[in-house]
Design a protein around this ligand. Structure first.
Ligand SMILES: Cc1cc2nc3c(=O)[nH]c(=O)nc-3n(C[C@H](O)[C@H](O)[C@H](O)COP(=O)(O)OP(=O)(O)OC[C@H]3O[C@@H](n4cnc5c(N)ncnc54)[C@H](O)[C@@H]3O)c2cc1C
Length: 668
């Protein structure tokens, strides 16, 4: 049968070289090739089928995910895949499972916090997956409040052991992925008690981590350990493939050398020592690394939702208001649809580029830390925390919007969007609750503002050096075209962020107790942090455009996306820009008018821009987002693929419907 491309006309409208844009999106020709290879390896392997996943009950679902993880491991071994290739293989399998935590948290924790000897012992075992580990920090009563962690590790000098104990119900380790059923080992965070003295109660990095066995040979828990799964989570399929666990200790003894001892140690005699040559700040480096990975991945998640909604919008026809009989309008041609969809398309690209920059930042910070230079650490920490928060929140909201953009069919599991939403929501919570992270960013920004004059702001906060100019010079825009200039846009975001930060800093100064002030103004402080982070995203997009970008029309298409992203934010947050006095109402309205012009320039490129994400149909797993656009026959078929349609007579029909029809309910 001849394959028909229902989106061919849309693809023909593209004004840029899609293959060149694929390279820009992937980061390099090598990355494109790598991702393409791994995506197709997964798409063509029967073990990684995923359409039935939302129909499975938890136990079947979990077994299915274990099967996939085993096949993935087998492929890694059989094909001799590198760690980088294996990472992309797992990504395209598209199912949260224990290896995510094993590779993403357990191994980095040992690498970052284990002594050389411990690394030599545990890393080969971990990398061969002869042991499987998880990362157990959160407790039932203490998530964001890491200072409150209650699990204790008491040193027993006589036996050269630590005794790990959960003194209260609220000290139960709660949520760690991979812990519930699979992990043989855990890195557990606990308060260290040596000679009756607590060590480290002043911050999360003062907690101590221990890596040890949880199970006996037959996979029954070691004596004193209670372990299990926290229970069913939101959504069908979604994050339920992961065994997020609970863990309690009843005076569990582990050898002293199970404490991760790179940063501090306890000697055989029970002497606690900080290792002077290894800075504790190194642990921040791990956080920066994990969060920058989240930002890198989340742009792909948003791109996936946007790809589905854009393709469906470019296929589905509606009636025009003048003719209610002849369907003529494509959904994508409604201005209102464009004003909801195109900013999300632009956001996916914006987040991709800021993710690339974060990757660079992490490498830079790592090199500096190794050379004992901590000068950029606070700024790097604030940037990664803030961008993790900003991008994951926007992505989750964006997926929900994409669902609505597809109308009723977006709500069907077969659209791929409900499960994508359900699996993505927790990214707003894990690795730091997004609001709590924004408050940390706000602290950093306010501190930077208050130190102006005697401490030089660095990197992404260097705009604060020009505080005077930013506070007093208002926007110079006179025409709509004035809005599509990179330096003007960046200056607008700088002025807004600087003015909001200064106002908040002044309000905080009125409080005698700074912490009380911080608490009372926390809602405003979050907005300061959002303004600071949006400035980072906008300025990194503008910086990207200053680079040499090959390919016919590619740079021009990206310019449109950049200004759509920025002007959409100006429009959405125009209250900030107006209240701070930087913009006049006329300038705000010019921005909005220019945004509409940009939407019309983006329109012909819309399908090509989502094709440039290079997503396979397997990865999208969406009937309405298929590459060929052949939606309706497949949507119809998907309904009949649901086992619920196996029979016309559902279970319970005779028992509960007949009595109503036959008027025999009295016998029920
Ligand atoms: C799917 C999933 C996987 C996870 N995986 C792991 C894992 O592998 N290992 C692990 O150790 N943990 C894991 N976690 C736990 C996760 O790290 C915590 O859920 C997270 O730190 C938030 O803590 P919490 O749930 O206690 O929420 P809370 O901290 O209780 O937050 C609840 C609400 O209070 C607000 N809030 C909290 N503190 C403040 C404050 N100071 N100021 C203002 N508002 C505040 C928050 O914004 C939020 O709205 C996972 C969680 C999920 C959902």
């Amino acid at each position: 049968m001849e394959l028909v491309d229902h989106l061919r006309d849309e693809r023909n409208k593209a004004q840029f070289d899609v293959e060149a844009m694929k390279v820009v999106w992937a980061g390099s020709p090598q990355e494109l090739q790598l991702c393409d290879r791994m995506a197709n390896l997964v798409a063509n392997h029967p073990a990684f089928e995923k359409l039935k996943r939302p129909m499975l009950v938890r136990k079947e679902l979990f077994k299915n995910s274990l099967r996939k993880a085993a096949y993935a491991r087998k492929l890694v071994i059989d094909l001799g895949l590198s760690e980088e290739e294996a990472k992309w293989l797992r990504f395209y399998i598209d199912e949260p499972t224990y290896p995510d935590l094993h590779w993403g948290m357990f191994i980095p924790a040992i690498e970052g916090q284990g002594s050389e000897e411990q690394k030599e012992k545990w890393l080969p075992l971990s990398r061969n997956m002869q042991i499987i580990g998880c990362y157990a920090q959160t407790e039932m009563g203490h998530g964001s409040n890491v200072q409150g962690l209650e699990t204790t590790a008491t040193f027993d000098a006589q036996q050269d052991h630590f005794i790990i104990h959960s003194p209260t119900l609220t000290s139960t380790k709660w949520w760690p992925g991979g812990l519930g059923k699979v992990s043989t080992h855990a890195v557990v965070y606990a308060r260290l008690i040596v000679n009756g003295e607590f060590h480290g109660v002043h911050g999360w990095y003062n907690y101590y981590s221990f890596s040890f066995f949880l199970y006996l040979e037959d996979h029954s828990p070691l004596p004193g350990i209670t372990v299990g799964d926290v229970g069913l989570k939101f959504g069908n399929g979604a994050y339920n493939t992961m065994d997020n666990g609970l863990l309690r200790f009843h005076h569990v003894r582990i050898p002293r050398n199970q404490m991760l001892m790179r940063v501090s140690q306890v000697s055989r005699e029970g002497k606690y020592m900080q290792c002077d040559d290894v800075p504790r700040q190194l642990i921040y480096g791990t956080m920066v690394s994990v969060r920058q990975t989240i930002v890198a991945m989340v742009s792909r998640t948003l791109s996936r939702a946007v790809c589905i909604a854009t393709r469906y919008s470019a296929l589905r026809r509606q009636h025009s208001s003048s003719s209610l009989v002849v369907p003529c309008f494509l959904m994508i041609d409604y201005q209102s649809q464009q004003s909801r969809l195109f900013p999300l398309l632009a956001s996916a690209y914006a987040f991709k580029f800021v993710g690339e920059w974060l990757k660079w930042l992490y490498t830079d910070v790592k090199q500096r830390l190794e050379a004992n230079d901590f000068s950029t650490l606070p700024e790097a920490h604030a940037s990664t925390a803030g961008l993790k928060s900003l991008t994951t929140s926007a992505t989750v909201d964006g997926i929900e919007e994409c669902m609505k953009l597809c109308g009723g069919d977006g709500y069907l599991v077969s659209s791929g969007l409900p499960e994508l939403f359900a699996v993505s929501v927790p990214a707003c919570t894990y690795e730091g609750d997004n609001t709590v992270l924004m408050l940390q960013v706000a602290r950093f920004v306010v501190k930077t503002v208050s130190e102006v004059g005697y401490k030089e702001p660095l990197g992404t906060s260097s705009y604060i050096r020009r505080l005077n100019t930013l506070l007093h010079n208002n926007c110079l825009v006179q025409t709509g075209e004035d809005w599509v200039k990179g330096d003007r846009i960046v200056e607008a975001f700088e002025a807004r962020a600087a003015r909001m930060a200064v106002t908040c800093t002044q309000h905080l100064a009125k409080f005698q107790d700074p912490e009380q002030g911080f608490s009372e103004l926390s809602a405003d402080l979050v907005e300061v942090a959002v303004a600071h982070c949006q400035l980072i995203v906008v300025s990194k997009f503008v910086e990207k455009l200053a680079q040499d970008i090959p390919g016919k029309g590619v740079k021009e298409a990206l310019e449109v996306l950049c200004y759509v992203y920025a002007l959409f934010l100006v429009h959405k947050h125009q209250g900030d820009f107006l209240v701070t006095g930087y913009l006049t109402p006329k300038q705000a309205s010019l921005a909005n008018r220019q945004l509409r012009i940009l939407y019309s320039r983006l329109r012909p490129n819309a399908i090509a821009l989502v094709d440039a994400f290079n997503h396979t149909d397997h990865y999208l797993s969406s009937v309405v987002g298929r590459y060929d656009g052949n939606v309706y026959p497949n949507l119809y078929q998907a309904a009949f693929n649901d086992p619920f349609n196996d029979s016309h007579v559902p279970d319970g029909y005779h028992q509960y419907i007949h009595p109503i029809l036959n008027q025999t309910l009295a016998k029920l």
